[in-house]
Design a protein around this ligand. Structure first.
Ligand code: OGA
Ligand code: NI
Length: 355
């Protein structure tokens, strides 16, 4: 039998710790020329099949003057796939290319400089590590990440990594503006006043995640990112040309092939909760690949770990006697604490908040 991620077979904790303490992430393993992936990365085979028919993720033109049609398409996509793509979104292609290059520079910079950012302390201005859930997930993913909370209170520029700070700030500013547009459209898609979600501060907090998926010598044994849904309100994802992102639809995995110039948008758990399950926070993953590295930038609209007291739950305009609230209210902080730090088992954290 092949080695598995089953912790009863070996001292998994010790191997995780040894990997963590290298502070070099998955990239350092690849740079060292390993041909077989360490067993901490070996996943159980995924039972769900990949869709055999190609599936188009809708692409919305945000430059369109037909707002009603854009709102309708967003409603349709958000109620079913939970994902859509946008073009003419106002972020220049040069900025998109530069932020991908900036994230790549972060991960490919001098290891001794990069290691200074390695931490599991979420209060650091910049958190770089491999696998946020390294010690709790059944198997580690073939991915390194650094992240920063860029809004509402960004760190001072000097605290950001020198190799990418300017573009991190510039790109985040653009994404904040785009967020204003998207939350307006989504509010309308929910038949709410266009400023409703913004008035609830959904567009006020942004976390910038720079992911790096090194080339993998045994891609069939592991995953770039394990199946999950996103915790926050909304995610704006920029992926490079390598591909590998898949979303779950009707119990089949469908590819989200890179579309030049497009951004991938998906509904997060808290927005699903606020919409009383009208909008869907859909599970997705990234498969590991022999080619690489793959670089992506995921920007999460969320108030994240800040212990703000605002309560979120089904929006009262969206519930009725016939459609009673399905969730109890929670703060974003409590929701993320619960989802982030529990044993990750692929089951949405939303279930815990169901009434
Ligand atoms: C995420 C995510 C996908 C990607 O960061 O939550 O799903 O393509 N990322 O990196
Ligand atoms: Ni995600």
């Amino acid at each position: 039998m092949a080695a598995t991620g089953d912790s009863t077979c070996y001292d998994r904790k010790a191997e995780l710790k040894a990997f963590d303490e290298t502070k070099g992430g998955v990239k350092a393993l690849v740079d060292a020329g390993i041909q077989e992936i360490p067993r901490i990365f070996i996943h159980q085979p995924e039972p769900l099949p990949k869709s055999s028919t190609p599936f188009e993720i809708p692409i919305l033109d945000l430059g369109s003057t037909d707002r009603a049609s854009t709102v309708e398409k967003i409603r349709e996509a958000s109620e079913t796939l939970g994902f859509f793509q946008v073009v003419n979104h106002g972020i220049p292609v040069t900025v998109m290319n530069e932020v991908i290059q900036g994230v790549r520079r972060f991960h490919e910079q001098d290891v001794e400089v990069k290691k200074r950012f390695y931490t599991r302390d979420p209060s650091n201005a910049v958190v770089y590590h491999s696998n946020f859930d390294l010690y709790t997930s059944p198997a580690a993913a073939w991915r390194d990440t650094f992240y920063t909370f860029m809004a509402p209170s960004p760190p001072s520029p000097e605290e950001l990594p020198e190799v990418c700070r300017d573009i991190q700030i510039e790109y985040s500013n653009h994404v904040m503006k785009l967020g204003g547009v998207l939350f307006g459209l989504i509010s309308e898609a929910l038949n709410l006043n266009p400023s409703h979600l913004s008035d609830l501060d959904c567009d006020k907090g942004l976390a910038f995640f720079g992911h790096y998926y090194p080339a993998c010598p045994q891609p069939d044994l592991t995953m770039g990112a394990t199946k999950h849904s996103d915790y926050g309100f909304l995610t704006v994802l920029l992926q490079d040309e390598v591909g590998g992102l898949q979303i779950l639809n009707n119990n089949q995995w469908i590819d989200v092939p890179p579309t030049p110039g497009a951004l991938v948008i998906n509904i997060g758990d808290i927005l699903q909760m606020m919409s009383n399950d009208k909008l869907k926070s859909v599970e997705h993953r990234v498969v590991a690949k022999e080619e690489g590295p793959r670089v992506s930038v995921a920007c999460f609209f969320s108030t994240s770990l800040a212990p703000l007291t605002a309560l979120y739950g089904p929006i009262k305009e969206l519930v009725s006697d016939e459609n009673p609230p399905r969730y109890r209210e929670t703060t974003v902080h409590d929701y993320i604490q619960y989802s982030f730090y529990r044993e990750v088992d692929g089951v949405s954290g939303l279930l815990h908040f169901k009434l």
